[in-house]
Design a protein around this ligand. Structure first.
Ligand code: PLP
Length: 426
């Protein structure tokens, strides 16, 4: 029954025979009583161990200028930490703010400030508009979508391509409708597709005409330095492109060390035009007297400089690249040529994007669950959890051990085939 030709080319009898045999295989899988989890896009304990020297730092409590980091103040963050992010993000240090442990929190602060106060170039606070909409490239990051839903912002989806969001689709949404106030993008090694936004796409997004005068691109560069190969993608220079096209306030960049040092105790950063930065700091000044500069200083001591971060990321790569290779091996050895699945082979980031036969993603996830393999719920990468084609599955292989990734992915590939056969024989 081994075949590498498309299942759609098999006769009804051949399909029925294959379904019987794959069902037997599935029953054997279930009998193994596995307990595996591919849902969590978080670092493994071995990755966290790489940063354990942080626990003994900082060795002093003064920064370069003699500021006592134990005390209040320094709203924009420690200069040495801002310099590291500026280098990594390819922006001027004057544009960078370093905050607490979560970039997601910075994004939430920016959105709530836009809603309550409006931006520097807003005619009125966004909350006073009859409706506010955001462009959402899909598949995308679930927390971006749930944040918008929580804040009452409507979502308009556009396709995510290999070189970034589909610019023609974005243009069509933003050109005439002033209620479309912004968009998300994960420019480098996107969650979950691994796409890297090309400089051309970035330039178009920064230059395109928008009906809203205060249109914002929330440029979430969470995986800027998270390379899986030696072919290291360089992020487009969003701030310069925006400035050059006359829209300096359009992009607001975010990043953090969540998947560099500790996911729960890293440092987050925001980078934006001088006007946006002053606007953000003014709002922040009502909420905080200063960030956790002790954490900034220990990160500065730990890394030294941006090259220290890059060297550290190569250690992460050595730990997780084999897990991504195991995903690729399991999917291609079972599914290549069958015409029932497509998947990404990312060169960075934390995810593999798997598309199965339309209408079967929910079934694949259900079959996997019954066999003890937990996958992210179907539709998670779409606004309101609604994948219109029921085809998308996000795989997150970093947290489990390598053997578990192998075992889980062999099971997932089997479930993909079983669900496809069920659908083809219906
Ligand atoms: N942005 C993206 C695209 C992510 O995938 C994640 C985590 O999965 C985050 C942001 C969360 O970042 P932080 O830990 O800095 O809040």
């Amino acid at each position: 029954l081994v075949t590498t030709s498309p299942l759609s080319a098999l006769s009804a009898d051949e399909l029925a025979a294959r379904l019987t045999s794959v069902r037997e295989e599935y029953d054997e899988l279930k009998a193994r009583g596995l307990k595996l989890d591919l849902t969590r896009g978080k670092p493994g304990a071995d990755q966290l161990d790489l940063s354990n020297d942080l626990l003994g730092l900082p060795s002093t409590y003064q920064d370069r200028s003699g500021t006592d980091v134990r005390n209040y103040g320094g709203l924009e963050g420690l200069i040495e930490m801002r310099e590291i992010f500026a280098d990594l993000l390819g922006v001027d240090v004057a544009n960078v703010v370093c905050g607490g442990n979560s970039s997601l929190t910075l994004m939430h602060q920016v959105l709530t400030a836009l809603l309550i106060k409006g931006g520097p170039d807003s005619p009125r606070p966004w909350s006073q508009e009859p409706v506010v909409r955001f462009v959402c490239p899909v598949p995308g990051y679930d927390r971006h979508f749930t944040m918008l839903a929580e804040l009452g912002i409507e979502m308009v989806t556009v396709p995510m391509n290999a070189d970034g969001p589909d610019v023609a689709a974005v243009r069509a949404v933003v050109a005439d409708d002033p209620s479309v106030k912004g968009m998300w993008i994960v420019p480098t090694y996107a969650n979950p597709t691994g796409s890297v936004c090309s400089p051309e796409v970035a330039a178009e997004l920064m230059a395109m005409p928008t009906a809203a005068p205060d249109f914002r691109i929330l440029w979430d560069n969470a995986y800027a330095v998270h390379h899986l190969t030696e072919d290291e993608a360089k992020s487009a220079d969003a701030l310069s492109l925006a400035e050059a096209s006359g829209h300096p306030n359009r992009p607001i960049m975010f990043a953090s060390t969540s998947k560099i040092t500790y996911a729960g105790a890293g440092v987050a950063a925001l980078a934006a035009s001088a006007e946006n930065k002053a606007w953000y700091l003014q709002r922040l000044g009502f909420a905080a007297i200063g960030p956790d500069k002790v954490n900034h200083l220990r990160h500065v001591e730990f890394f030294g400089d941006a090259d220290g971060v890059r060297a550290h990321m190569r250690k992460h790569r050595d730990l997780i690249a084999p897990k991504f290779a195991a995903v690729e091996e399991a999917l291609s050895s079972r599914l290549s040529g069958l015409g029932i699945a497509e998947w990404t082979v990312p060169t960075g980031g934390y995810f593999v994007n798997l598309d199965v036969v339309d209408g079967t993603a929910t079934r694949v996830i259900e079959l996997a669950k019954e066999a003890g393999i937990v996958l992210t719920p179907a539709g998670s990468a779409f606004p309101h959890g609604n994948d219109p084609n029921d085809r998308n599955i996000r795989l997150a292989p970093t947290y489990p051990g390598l053997d578990d990734v192998r075992a889980a992915m062999a099971g997932v590939a089997l479930c993909v085939e079983l669900a496809a056969l069920e659908s083809l024989t219906r």
